[in-house]
Structures are given as structure tokens and as C-alpha cells.
Design a protein around this ligand. Structure first.
Ligand SMILES: [Zn+2]
Length: 76
């Protein structure tokens, strides 16, 4: 017996905006965020993205070579 799933009425589908930061249900005041904190977090991210300009600078690489401590020598 095939299970019937009635489609949700459009009225029931509310725009549930979730906080893109913490995935909580956003509030009307800070939507789609849930709180001022998340608003600032998103804003900070956005600004960072904006500040990041393409440069020819090579990516920072922490090259650690020859720093491996050898096995304990035992002289005897
Ligand atoms: Zn949030």
C-alpha cells in the first residue's frame, strides 16, 4: 500500500530564514540572523572577503625541513 504524502499547503510554508552563522532560526529584528552577534560575525566575514585582494604574493608556507629529531643514540 503506497504511502500518500499530501503536499504542504503554501500557506504552511513560511519563510523560515535560518541564521547563516549558527543555523538557528532567525529573528525578525536581525533576520536572517538570530542575533546581533551573528550579524557582526557575518559582517566581519564579508569585510574580510572584501579586503582580500588578489596578489602575486606566494602563499605562506611553513617549510620545516631537517627538524626531525633522530632516534636516541646509545653509545656504549
Ligand atoms: Zn546565529
Amino acid at each position: 500500500m503506497p504511502e500518500r504524502t499530501a503536499p504542504l499547503p503554501l500557506r504552511a510554508v513560511r519563510i523560515a530564514a535560518k541564521c547563516p552563522i549558527c543555523q538557528k532560526t532567525g529573528t525578525e529584528e536581525f533576520r536572517p540572523f538570530c542575533s546581533k552577534r551573528c550579524v557582526n560575525v557575518d559582517l566581519g566575514r564579508w569585510l574580510k572577503e572584501g579586503y582580500r585582494v588578489p596578489t602575486d604574493e606566494a602563499p605562506e608556507e611553513g617549510g620545516g625541513e631537517g627538524g626531525e629529531p633522530g632516534p636516541p643514540r646509545q653509545t656504549g
